[in-house]
Design a binder for this molecule. Structure first.
Ligand code: GTP
Length: 197
């Protein structure tokens, strides 16, 4: 089997969408000056999920307001959305509600959405507590996790988790239990010995 999925990255400008993608794709951090994405950018990565080959096509959207009408057109083709805020930028967190409204309006009804609080390596500049992210995610019924494109923390896990969810939905054996995304990421983080005090 060969399985293709579209994962779209959304969230305010500067939250680290391009860096998350580069970290996942190339295992590197884009240091230096911040170059805002114009419109939309695409990268592919093939990964193996439960012995099934999955081709992820990742769409990196521009967070800037002036590109919104361009990105709206892409929402309906996305199978999964990684919605990012920056834990050092309170405004990017406050805007998550507006992003979720936008997702509701433009994306497919059964799209997999996961909320990511990015830049947790910047411990001294943190403005949004993990608990606040968890609470918001619970309110909207979406899974949540904190990440760092800089250190790489939980980056592969975020992509793997949404890919697993979609693979399970499509190829579930009759007696197989439903895949629980939040439980899966919590367990993986515990196994890695991190991130949940
Ligand atoms: N400390 C830290 N900085 C990060 C992290 N991720 C991104 N950055 C920095 O944040 C800035 C913005 O990162 P981008 O990935 O370009 O942001 P974006 O969300 O793609 O922005 P737009 O393309 O405008 O929507 C850059 O200066 C990055 O170096 C992270 O995990 N930790």
């Amino acid at each position: 089997h060969y399985f293709a999925l579209i994962v779209m990255l959304v969230g305010d400008s500067g939250v680290g969408k391009t860096c998350l993608l580069v970290r996942f794709k190339d295992g590197a951090f884009l240091a230096g000056s911040f170059i805002s994405t114009v419109g939309i950018d695409f990268r592919n990565k093939v990964m193996s999920i439960d012995a099934v080959k999955v081709k992820l096509q990742i769409w990196d959207t521009a967070g800037q307001e002036r590109f919104r009408s361009v990105t709206h057109a892409y929402y309906r083709d996305a199978n999964a959305l990684l919605l990012l805020y920056d834990v050092t930028n309170k405004a990017s967190f406050d805007n998550i509600r507006a992003w979720l409204t936008e997702i509701h309006e433009y994306a497919q009804q059964d799209v997999v959405v996961m909320l990511l609080g990015n830049k947790v390596d910047s411990t001294h500049d943190r403005m949004v507590k993990r608990e606040e992210g968890e609470k918001l995610a619970k309110e909207f019924g979406v899974p949540f996790m904190e990440t760092s494109s800089k250190s790489g923390l939980n980056v592969d896990l975020a992509f793997t988790a949404v890919a697993k969810e979609l693979k399970h939905r499509t190829m579930k054996e009759p007696d197989e239990p439903k895949f629980q995304l939040q439980q899966y990421v919590d367990k993986e983080m515990r196994t890695a010995g991190c991130c949940r005090s």
